[in-house]
Design a protein around this ligand. Structure first.
Ligand code: 2P0
Length: 335
């Protein structure tokens, strides 16, 4: 029996990953850059054993469907090939999220699974190799190997992985406030949404050109610890990503009326002199980037517009962490 456990935190992209140039290998059309956060994480235990007849996947103590297990099995097949392990596996994951608001993250999930397999099978993978592996489970997972800022470099199958972005620990001065927005609208998965956009959106070329420029701007902002430049480019980049969906065929949007209200609220708080900027992913929740020194004032301003349980405060999180099965954490990768 081979058993290992790991924890990974979710990450939020400030320069978005939006579109694949290779669906099977999960190679992106553009580089992306993210901040890993401490508020949401996944802990996963994996056990490989010769007595297991087939892979089984439990999430929060519930056995998952055949289709969810199939996706995990496909990822485990990559691990089995790389580690020369012929055994089926039991995967037990727990998502730690403050409320049930649909924030379960494939980024933290697949990064934790890669880390747990690395531990179980004694693979001793480097951060780059772990990132490359996690990428093949879910693109954004490759960035959750690291704490702080990470850049996923698009590359080829062997060179497509994330690296740490040097920041002099500036991320510890930053905060992100999640505005959780429940929405009844039919969801387009990020996988389907990005595919439809690449294939049909007349705005997609503009997205690609501007994402490359935005990446340079944000790296300079991080190097200079310039919060205004960081926030402005992150907000603009998110708006451009979401604009591509409106020109897809058929068109779609992840915004709900509440998302628009949240964006407007952030703009108003900013106009009142508190620096803050929003970003959004493939869903209606709005995330507000600010400096730690302003977080309480901004939270207070948001509280007059949103219920207390809609607001979650997060700070920079750490990298992939190996957890001995007795639960004493040892950080294996940390900035
Ligand atoms: C991101 N998103 O950079 C972007 C912004 C959503 C919007 O990465 O198909 O779950 O598994 O590679 O990583 C969500 O996509 O997609 C995502 P797959 P993933 O965070």
């Amino acid at each position: 029996m081979y058993k290992g456990k790991a924890r990974a935190y979710t990450n939020i992209a400030l320069i978005k990953y939006w579109g694949k140039k290779d669906e099977a290998l999960i190679l992106p059309m553009n580089n992306s850059l993210s901040l890993t956060l401490d508020a949401f994480y996944t802990e996963t235990t994996v056990t490989f054993d010769k007595t297991f007849a087939e892979d089984q996947f439990f999430l929060d103590d519930q056995q998952q469907s055949a289709s969810a297990t199939k996706k995990i099995s496909a990822f485990l097949d990559l691990i089995r090939a790389e580690a020369n392990c012929p055994f089926a596996a039991l995967v037990e994951s727990h998502n730690f999220v403050p409320t049930a608001a649909g924030l379960a993250s494939s980024a933290s999930g697949l990064a934790a699974l890669a880390g747990a397999c690395n531990e179980a099978l004694g693979m001793a993978l480097s951060p780059e190799a772990l990132s490359r592996l996690a990428r093949k489970g879910s693109g954004s997972a490759c960035r959750s190997i690291y704490g702080g800022f990470a850049e996923w470099q698009q590359g080829t199958d062997t060179t497509s992985y994330a690296i740490q972005v040097p920041s002099n620990q500036w991320e510890n001065d930053l905060s992100m406030i999640f505005i959780l927005i429940n929405d009844q609208a039919k969801e387009v998965s990020s996988r389907d949404g990005m595919r439809r956009t690449v294939e049909t959106s007349s705005f997609y070329d503009g997205w690609l050109t501007s994402a490359a420029a935005d990446l340079q701007t944000i790296k300079q902002a991080i190097a200079e610890q310039d919060f205004t430049a960081l926030g402005e480019v992150a907000e603009a980049n998110a708006l451009k990503m979401h604009a591509t969906t409106l020109a897809a065929q058929p068109p779609f949007t992840y915004w709900s009326p509440e998302s628009l209200r949240a964006m407007d609220c952030v703009r108003q708080i900013r106009q009142q002199g508190l620096p803050c900027y929003f970003t959004m992913d493939a869903g209606p929740n709005v995330k507000v980037l600010c400096q730690k020194q302003d977080e309480q004032a901004i939270l207070h301003a948001l509280q007059s517009n949103f219920a207390q349980d809609q607001l979650v405060l997060a700070h920079a999180g750490s990298g992939l962490t190996a957890l001995p099965v007795n639960d004493h954490a040892t950080t294996i990768i940390k900035e």
